[in-house]
Design a protein around this ligand. Sequence first.
Ligand SMILES: [Ca+2]
Length: 256
Amino acid sequence: MPQYPHFAKVFMRPCTVILFAACVYLGAGTATAQASMIQNGNFSTPGSPPAPFAVWTTTLGDPPTNGGGFAVFTEGPNLVELEQAFLMSANPLTISFEFKLSREAGGSTGGAPDSFQATLWDAAINNPFAATGSAQFPAFFSVDNTGQEFYDSSLVSVTALAGGWQRVTLNVSSLPSQSRILEFDLNGFNDGQTTTAFLDNVDGASSDAAIVPEPGALLLGLSSGPCLLLALRFRRRTSPKRPLRPESSSDLRAEQ
Ligand SMILES: [Ca+2]
């Protein structure tokens, strides 16, 4: 419409907003359909006090606190514990999480180093999967605040992330569909250090193929590619210096 240059601009702006919103809606709908075996794994939904997070519970010791989209385990007089009961999918792949440890000098000395541990129990809490040692050491991953890590490298991999964070991935593809409990603990000891552990992005991936978008999402899906391209093209023209990456909890946690 070359004879109405202003019309195109005025028309495109609300159109872009609508199209972009449609893309966001579609993406959100798809993400919901592809829900992880673990719920609220990014700790975005607060719980009802004293529980810091929805879905997650604490059955031993003290709960962690909400750092603003991630869990903060601060060493205190008691164990700091967080767990979630969930149903292992029929086609499970991995359980993964991201963590970071920090420590400050202080407190009594003479004990073992503080440690942060992740354990995958069966529903009866008597059969840990991929335990790193004896029944007294049931975690599939344990890290001391000295940096020493304990895990079975045939089932667990550890990847360094930005800002001192690490991602731990446990292969659970051999497990049947059954109720399980994923537990995280900060164990504090008199080691002359006060330790804090940060936890985020707990995920349970599966290869379940039966992910069918809802009819409304399917209709939107037919136009998702073109509308995203339109939205991004227009956005680049109007906001060339604005980053495309949305803010996330990783921006907050990077400050830790
Ligand atoms: Ca300590």
